[in-house]
Design a protein around this ligand. Structure first.
Ligand code: CAA
Length: 297
């Protein structure tokens, strides 16, 4: 089946990025949010990102306009009924996701592929909320922040995903301009399986006094050529999100490397969520950013 019409559920950071990517790649894209205000906010973020690409000359003004014209915002599930694929990027709450999929299963055409952008919840558990037929058409499509820039998409299959649906989804990932990697539905897939223990270890290193915030970041940035140090990356992903993912992975594997360190928990309890709240390992309310003063002993 050729995927032509794309639906996106949720127009937050990830949903907006996915919608922008799909529309830029030439797909008619309908984005559903709970209120018009929310999809308008997401569309404003898309516009800002397109402006950045246009200012650099990565896209022409004509491509910018075409991308805009391919995007439709809605608050109604019914507008997604004839989509070939629906990519869900709503809140990371299993119950909410299951309720949404159940509703969509009843109104979408039988061919519609359901895809979740979850980073750590079980695709199988979401899939189980839908009818037996749909279960074969259920996959994970995990994108990376910032979606318009990051080249990877993890395409995840469950034990029930039909082979042709999986191949169509991998091909769709390529048509989005991404590099798809194949993964099975094991918590964290490939990237978070490897990335989360690394990020948690960098916090343990800070707790143990191995190095300062800046030195730990510089060590990995300059010593390994990573675009960001692990603590800056934690602030970028969100420390609340990192904590949440680590908890899910620890519950699944019961391995110490996935256990969130006490410092991470305390920072989340103190409201230090990273960039989104203004402070995390660094204080973003000041320019230039400096490490947030914290009593570590
Ligand atoms: N849209 C368009 N352009 C954007 C953009 C956006 N959303 N965000 C950044 N840019 C552009 C900037 O305008 C800038 O352009 P110029 O080079 O022409 O100035 C360029 O990208 C680089 O941006 P910055 O100068 O602001 O900063 P940078 O060089 O550090 O790059 C970055 C930013 C691409 C985010 C880079 O730091 C990076 O790759 N960081 C790692 C990100 C990462 O690891 N993401 C995965 C997180 S894990 C995840 O998402 C999954 C999960 O489940 C938790």
């Amino acid at each position: 089946m050729e995927i032509k019409k794309v639906g996106v559920l949720g127009c937050g950071l990830m949903g907006a990025g996915i919608a922008q990517t799909a529309a830029s790649a030439g797909f008619e894209t309908t984005v559903r949010e709970v209120s018009e205000e929310l999809w308008q906010k997401g569309f404003a973020a898309i516009e800002k990102s397109l402006e950045r690409f246009a200012a650099k000359g990565t896209i022409t003004p004509e491509q910018q306009k075409q991308t805009r014209d391919r995007l439709f915002g809605t608050t109604s599930f019914d507008d997604l009924a004839d989509c070939d694929i629906i990519i869900e990027a709503i809140i990371e709450n299993l119950g909410e996701k299951q309720t949404t999929y159940r509703q969509l299963d009843a109104i979408c055409k039988p061919e519609t592929i359901f895809a979740s952008n979850t980073s750590s919840l079980s695709i199988t558990e979401m899939m189980a909320a839908t009818s037996q037929k749909r279960q074969q058409r259920f996959i994970g499509m995990h994108f990376f922040n910032p979606v318009p820039l990051m080249k990877l998409v993890e395409v995840v299959r469950t034990i029930l995903t039909a082979p042709d649906v999986y191949e169509d989804s991998v091909a769709f990932g390529k048509n989005l301009g991404k590099v798809p990697v194949r993964a099975s539905d094991k918590t964290g897939f490939i990237v978070n399986r490897l990335l989360v223990p690394y990020m948690l270890d960098s916090i343990r290193a800070l707790e143990e006094g191995v190095g300062s915030v800046v030195d730990i970041d510089n060590a990995m940035k300059l010593g390994c050529g990573y675009p960001m140090g692990p603590l800056t990356l934690g602030d970028f992903v969100g420390l609340d999100t990192t904590y949440y993912i680590a908890e899910i992975m620890f519950n699944e594997f019961r391995e110490k490397r996935f256990a969130p360190p006490p410092l991470l928990k305390r920072m989340v309890m103190a409201g230090l969520y990273g960039r989104k709240s203004g402070r995390g390992f660094y204080d973003y309310t000041k320019d230039p950013k400096n490490p947030t003063p914290m009593n570590l002993v």
